[in-house]
Design a protein around this ligand. Structure first.
Ligand code: HEC
Ligand code: HEC
Length: 586
């Protein structure tokens, strides 16, 4: 028996090293047509990391990109995280493990069995209060505005709560490998310098200054989906902004600010250590970008050239920083590079199932564990992994029966310019299809799926074992009853945990970061003390302490552990039980 197992592990190592190699074998994708803008990549990384973690980016001066992506690149908060409150749960609800899965069946092995509960809830991420923008407030580093009544949705006892996004936040780690981002792919592969929608927007979105003349230029950077994605949230009135804030005003406020002025940075942060105290975002922009894009003595419409190009700068900086968030050193990667001892026998059995009987690798292909990757796009010849039912940029989008086909159109939707998100909208199963997520560090990124309806990997495997929850309307390949026994299911879960990188688990470089305060629901339903916002409920702020390059001493908490209260004794990081060191403005 012992002999057989060790032979298998050697055999599997060689065999799978070819089929699903280490992520180290994949070059980190680089955008095209961006060299003319960038003059210093190190300054660009600093700019990107500062902007990602800076709470000053949100209109309220308290909301960062990281607010919804602080935990292994995702979000695991449990209070006020439902997109449709006052439906199955009251507003401001705190979720417990009894609330998952959202679709519960009397026999978890059969999607035909009696439905015990189907509340159609959606777990999203809490962002901004519903407020109207009036003006930037340079002195406070935030925006002025006033509360808009939100009585139908994010409201309790007559007070507004923070609004919640309509989908679960995916991890930003390894997102650089995705050909397109967002669950529905609407963050296009091509960055246009202004919004997520790529070539749907044909305008000239950059302003260049050459030979004493300002001229409008086309931005056309491919493999830059993270740049496309990043210019969405800052002006979005659910995620970060007060309604009506536009990019030039945001730029005016941000460029004058000191990066991370209200947050602590570890003295040994791998990127941000030792920044001069007189630094502003404008000075970082000037270091990172070619003068042709910010040096014009005269601007336009009351804004400077640098302010008018801020979305372009922002996109390229966020693309650059997030392209450093690559986790390629998991036990699986070591195993795939030829170390047969890197995974346990149970994990190897799980890998065999993943690639064998369960056929998970139909969609979770290659070292990225998703066919929706640039790597698959480049390997689209006969028999190669980029060949699928949907070719080209639609590769890797599938319907797996997480929700009713029409509940969320996914890839079947249109963008803000009315253009279809699917390259081939007539292909079968485009409606309700979602991007296949890469599964690295999935141990920490619960809850799962675009609706956040499963709390644990065990629940996800049960979902696949019964062939999905809502099969009507067509499913992607190999979503069917799998007949896995309890050992098989445990092995698949164990294998997925072999995709965790210890640098993510312990928040070490490049995953170290500044301090953050996140709003975790509203604890005392009393109005804020800020006289501008008398309709808003006070936030329950929790602290996410800064880490330096060597990380924290305890591992990240999983979502199940959060629901079960495990780790509040200091044995897990991000247990959302730490006070926030920053005194919030509201
Ligand atoms: C209020 C919460 C919130 C904030 C703030 C926020 N995001 Fe997200 N993010 C989300 C949600 C929700 C999604 C998924 C949306 C969808 O697919 O429709 C997402 C998706 C993404 C993705 C796509 C990952 C993938 O695999 O498709 C990236 C990258 C990302 N966000 C980065 C950022 C950056 C950069 C910022 C700041 C400029 C930011 N986010 C601000 C909630 C947030
Ligand atoms: C037909 C393609 C396909 C197959 C086969 C497939 N998946 Fe998936 N997987 C997806 C898609 C698409 C999603 C996102 C679905 C959604 O949210 O609506 C997903 C989501 C997941 C997630 C959640 C990740 C997250 O961050 O939310 C896990 C875990 C997962 N799959 C594991 C597996 C396992 C294990 C198997 C095999 C038993 C498998 N998948 C088979 C396409 C597939």
């Amino acid at each position: 028996m012992f002999q057989r197992l060790s032979l298998c592990s050697l055999f599997c190592a060689t065999f799978f090293a070819q089929a699903q190699p280490s992520l180290k074998t994949i070059a980190v994708p680089q955008p095209t047509n961006t060299n003319q803008y960038i003059r210093n990549r190190q300054a660009l990384t600093i700019l990107g990391k500062a902007l990602f973690w800076d709470m000053q980016l949100g209109s309220d001066g308290r909301t960062a990109c990281a607010t919804c992506h602080f935990h292994a690149g995702a979000d695991h908060r449990s209070q006020n995280q439902l997109a449709n409150p006052n439906f199955a749960f009251p507003a401001n609800a705190t979720l417990t493990s009894f609330d998952f899965p959202f679709h519960a069946l009397s026999d978890p092995t059969s999607n035909n069995s009696r439905v015990l509960r189907d509340n159609s809830s959606i777990y999203g991420s809490a962002g901004s209060f519903r407020r109207r923008f009036t003006a930037i407030n340079p002195a406070s580093g935030s925006d002025d505005g006033f509360d808009l009544s939100d009585i139908t949705a994010f409201s309790l006892d007559g007070l507004n709560l923070r609004q919640v996004t309509t989908r679960n936040a995916p991890s930003v780690i390894n997102a650089v490998f995705n050909a397109r981002n967002f669950w529905d792919g609407r963050a296009r592969n091509t960055f246009n310098g202004a919004n997520p929608f790529g070539l749907s927007d044909t305008r000239l979105n950059a302003l260049a200054y050459r030979n004493n003349t300002l001229s409008d230029e086309l931005v056309n950077a491919t493999n830059a989906s993270l740049a496309s994605q990043s210019v969405g949230p800052p002006a979005n009135n659910v995620e970060m902004a007060y309604d009506g804030l536009a990019w030039p005003a945001l730029a005016q406020r941000m460029l004058a600010l000191r990066p991370l002025a209200t947050q602590r940075v570890a003295a040994d942060d791998s990127v941000l250590a030792g920044l001069p105290t007189d630094l502003t975002y404008l000075s970082l922009v000037q270091q990172a970008f070619a003068p042709e894009y910010w040096q014009a003595p005269q601007g336009r419409d009351g804004f400077t050239q640098a302010q008018l190009n801020f979305a372009l700068f922002f996109g390229l900086a966020l693309q650059q920083y997030q392209s450093t968030l690559v986790s390629d050193d998991s036990p699986f990667d070591r195993f795939a590079s030829g170390d047969p001892t890197a995974m346990t026998q149970q994990q190897i059995a799980g890998l065999n199932l993943f690639r064998g009987r369960a056929q998970c690798d139909t969609c979770h292909t290659g070292p990225e564990f998703t066919q929706a990757s640039i790597g698959a796009l480049l390997n689209n010849g006969p028999g190669q992994r980029g060949r699928g039912p949907n070719a080209g940029l639609d590769t890797g989008f599938f319907r797996t029966g997480v929700s009713l086909r029409e509940a969320d159109l996914g890839l079947g939707g249109v963008d803000d310019f009315g253009k279809t998100l699917a390259q081939n909208p007539n292909a079968p199963n485009v409606i309700g299809a979602f991007k296949t997520p890469g599964l690295r560090n999935v141990e920490f990124t619960g809850p799962y799926f675009h609706n956040g309806g499963q709390a644990s990997l065990e629940q996800v495997v049960e979902f696949y074992n019964r062939g999905g929850d809502f099969p009507a309307g067509g499913l992607g390949p190999n979503i069917r009853r799998l007949n896995l026994n309890a050992n098989d299911q445990a092995a698949l879960v164990a294998f997925m945990k072999a995709l965790s990188d210890d640098r993510v688990r312990f928040q070490r470089a490049p995953f170290d970061h500044p301090e953050l305060c996140v709003s975790n629901g509203h604890s005392a339903l009393a109005q804020t003390s800020d006289p501008r916002f008398t309709l808003s409920a006070t936030d329950n702020w929790v602290g996410i302490p800064a880490t330096g390059k060597d990380g924290a001493s305890v591992p990240l908490q999983t979502f199940s552990e959060l629901l079960d209260g495990i780790g509040t004794d200091g044995t897990r990081a991000h247990s959302l039980s730490q006070a926030c060191a920053i005194i919030p403005a509201n």
